[in-house]
Every structure is written in structure tokens, then in C-alpha cells.
Ligand binder design. Structure first.
Ligand code: GLN
Length: 286
């Protein structure tokens, strides 16, 4: 297949070839995948791809074959591109970080509502990964500052690069550590999309997650709740009075995490449901 793409091939032809390959391999959304893979390889937006369907693909031909074979083996297109759009901004993703998912944008949206009108809020992101959550908030709230924590130095390096690219590096401190260890509060808001998969379920995850997201970003301990227990238990000591905690939830975890946050004294709790109707985020006031 890799020899099939030539520099003198037109965009439309390359798109057809990719769609056919995805179709033959049994991918249902083969047209969409073809467009995205081609757009990523050409480094253009999918929307502008076929404004010029007759343009030649040129040296991109060399990248298409290898990219297609990775995609056919089930690697997510965001991983192949090494980039992911989150809340309309471009984030670099590497094998060291969780690929930020669209559902996580809802946590950012909810926290933005709660921080509206607050001057210069100070934010904390626990397990920042690519930095998607806190860097988006910093980009949206020009006076905000924050601390981004991760246990993985490699993840912090990726988040640091993303902070530079987004022009917010001057307002975020990166901290290598285990949740709250070594931090000094208070914060106006604490956010986390922690690892929440029960350890025994890791092996049975869909391939795109199991083989491409780092295990450190997924493993939530025996019942998947290990990080929520620690975050709920310690967060209020690091929050301003009335400050907010917002966490993403794994499947079926809302009741347990509500109970943990209630026991810790959080109030005004609210769940944000995703488009599939799952309780996806929980926010509460400390
Ligand atoms: N905070 C990052 C995100 O939401 C990483 C989360 C994680 O690695 N569990 O994308």
C-alpha cells in the first residue's frame, strides 16, 4: 500500500485511495477517516482539504503510506498526527500523555462558568498530562495563573511545550509530584481528570486506549477510585473557602465520588452529563 501514494497524485485521488483502504479493512467511517488522515498529513484543516481537490500531494506522499498502515492497525489518528484539537486549540500529544478526549472539554466549560467574573483565579490541575485542561483555562482567562502537577516528568515536558505554544507559559508553574505533595495553596479551583480505570479492567480496554494511552494515566487502583479518595480527602485544605473542585468521572462512578466529596464537606455539587447521557464530571464547592 505504501507505494500507492505518489507525489503527482491529486488530493481527491489520495483521499479515495485512503477511503477504499479503510473500507476494505472494515472501518465504517472510512470517508471521514480518510479526510482526517490526509488533512493531518498535509497539515491543513479537514475543511480546507477539498477546496483544492486537484492540488498535488507532493512530498506528503511519503508520509501517507506509513500513516495509513498505522491507522489500519487501530492506532488513533490523533496519535499518528501527534496532535489533538481541544476546545479549538492545538495540543501536541506524545506516547507519554493521555490523548485528551472531547468529553473533557465539558469540564473546562463547567469550570469557566463557575469562575466567570472572578479576578485572577489561581488554578490547580492534578495529573495534567498534555496540559489540556489547565492550559485551556489559562488561555480563556487572561489574568488566571496556575500549577500543573504530574507524576510523569515526560508528561510535564509535553505540557510545557503546549504552554509555550499557547502563549501561557508565563502564568503556569509545572510541578513534578504525587497529587498535593509539596504544593502550597490556596487555589480558587482544583481540576482533575485522574486515572480511573479499575486495575483489573485495564487489559480489557478497547485497543485504542489500552495500547496507546499510557497506563499511568489510566490505572485507578483496585476499584478505580483511588485518586478520587485522595483528591476528595485533601482538596479542601488547598482550596479558598468557596473554591471549586471539578473532576472527570469514569463509567458508573458518580455515586461513589459524590459520596466521597460529600463526606469531605463539599457543597453545591453538580453533575455534568456528556452527549451519550453519562455522568461525566462532578463539581462541588469547598
Ligand atoms: N488531564 C489530562 C487530560 O484530561 C490527562 C488526564 C490523565 O492522564 N488521566 O487530558
Amino acid at each position: 500500500m505504501s507505494g500507492a501514494f505518489r507525489p503527482d497524485m491529486r488530493r481527491a485521488e489520495a483521499g479515495d485511495l485512503l477511503a477504499t483502504a479503510f473500507g476494505k479493512a472494515g472501518f465504517e467511517d472510512c470517508r471521514l477517516m480518510a479526510r482526517r488522515l490526509l488533512a493531518d498529513a498535509l497539515r491543513v484543516e479537514p475543511g480546507e482539504l477539498f477546496l483544492h481537490p486537484d492540488r498535488l500531494i507532493g512530498e506528503t506522499a511519503e508520509r501517507l503510506g506509513p500513516a495509513l498502515s498505522r491507522a489500519l492497525k487501530g492506532e488513533p489518528l490523533t496519535r499518528i498526527a501527534g496532535r489533538r484539537s481541544f476546545c479549538g486549540r492545538d495540543f501536541r500529544v506524545t506516547p507519554d500523555v493521555l490523548d485528551p478526549r472531547p468529553e473533557t472539554e465539558l469540564l473546562v466549560e463547567e469550570m469557566l462558568k463557575r469562575l466567570a467574573g472572578q479576578r485572577a483565579p489561581r488554578l490547580l490541575d492534578l495529573g495534567t498530562g498534555s496540559g489540556a485542561i489547565i492550559l485551556t483555562l489559562l488561555a480563556e482567562i487572561p489574568e488566571a495563573t496556575g500549577v500543573a502537577v504530574d507524576l510523569s516528568p515526560a508528561a510535564l515536558a509535553v505540557a510545557g511545550g503546549n504552554a509555550e505554544a499557547l502563549g501561557v507559559a508565563g502564568r503556569v508553574a509545572f510541578h513534578h509530584g504525587d497529587l498535593f505533595a509539596g504544593l502550597a495553596g490556596p487555589f480558587d479551583a482544583i481540576l482533575s481528570n485522574p486515572p480511573y480505570i479499575p486495575s483489573a479492567d485495564l487489559a480489557g480496554l478497547e485497543l485504542a486506549v489500552r495500547d496507546f494511552d499510557p497506563p499511568l494515566a489510566l490505572d485507578g487502583g483496585p476499584d478505580g477510585l483511588a485518586f478520587y479518595r485522595r483528591i476528595a480527602g485533601e482538596a479542601r485544605a488547598f482550596l479558598m473557602p468557596g473554591g471549586w473542585l471539578g473532576v472527570e468521572l469514569g463509567a458508573g462512578q458518580s455515586e461513589s465520588v459524590i459520596a466521597l466529596m460529600e463526606a469531605a464537606g463539599f457543597q453545591d455539587m453538580a453533575i455534568r452529563y456528556d452527549l451519550a447521557g453519562h455522568a461525566r464530571h462532578l463539581l462541588g464547592r469547598g
